[in-house]
Design a protein around this ligand. Structure first.
Ligand code: PGA
Length: 256
């Protein structure tokens, strides 16, 4: 299980460091649960230089390498700052910041070339779902973003399914809706690679995932964790989501 926090453009630098200290004092990550936080980019180098109680993630990366690219930061630069995971293809970047499918695919490539792990986001809009094209939409995103990768790269790929209508809206996909899409994603990965590769790729659910619904979502067979926005901003809230992932791991172990 992986529980990843996406702070988006929230928190001052001091608040970020306070979060890390407060989170370190809470219960350690339960057995079988990885925790990641993606703070705002300006804080990455300083946070990466301290000992953190979570993996350090970036919310974005340049689609290019080094050179005359004012304002961009490359995957190698992130790696040099202690970043381990990079979120690519978040709907807020696809819709508001020009990350089209081609750019997203380039960013995925840059992250993997730098030896980092990519958290690849996909998900449909409300219109897509109402028009019953949500499966097609997500499959197309996967095809253009990750299904071109060699099998050997797939152990550094995480997929986050985030229905856009559930992000920051308080509306959550039901456990059935999440499981149905996750099972479809797992199936497409199995077709593109094989069942073993598909099973090993963590599939996160994102979209108003919080302590009140995390147990139900994480209990789904094909949900391997969450990408958490709003509920990752407070250490106790985030820890409660992490604890839910711990319960899901324990339940799975006792059923095995
Ligand atoms: P949310 O955001 O948990 O606030 O809905 C999730 C995300 O955008 O990754």
């Amino acid at each position: 299980m992986l529980v990843a926090g996406n702070w988006k453009s929230n928190k001052s630098f001091n608040e970020s460091m306070e979060f890390a200290n407060a989170f370190a004092k809470l219960d350690a990550a339960p057995e079988g649960v990885e925790v990641m936080i993606a703070p705002p980019a300006p804080y990455l180098a300083a946070m990466g230089a301290t000992s953190l109680p979570f993996r350090l993630g970036s919310q974005n990366v340049s689609a290019t390498g080094p050179g005359a690219q004012t304002g961009e930061f490359t995957a190698d630069m992130l790696a040099g700052c202690g970043v381990q995971d990079v979120i690519v293809g978040h709907s807020e970047r696809r819709d508001g910041h020009g990350d089209d499918d081609e750019t997203v695919a380039e960013k995925v490539n840059r992250v993997l070339e730098a030896g980092l792990r990519v958290v690849f986001c996909c998900g449909e809009s409300l219109q897509d779902r109402q028009a019953d094209v949500h499966f097609d939409k997500v499959l197309r995103q996967l095809e253009s973003g990750i299904l071109h990768l060699p099998a050997a790269a797939m152990d550094r790929v995480v997929v986050a399914y985030e229905p856009i209508w559930a992000i920051g809206t308080g509306l959550t996909a039901t456990a059935e809706q999440a499981q149905e899409m996750h099972a479809a994603i797992r199936g497409w990965l199995a077709e593109g690679y094989d069942a073993e590769v598909a099973r090993a790729i963590p599939l996160l659910y994102g979209g108003s995932c919080k302590p009140a619904n995390a147990d139900e979502l994480f209990a789904c067979a094909d949900v391997d964790g969450g990408l958490i926005g709003g509920a990752s901003l407070d250490p106790e809230n985030f820890q409660a989501v992490v604890a839910a992932a711990g319960r899901a791991v324990a339940a799975e172990a006792s059923n095995a």
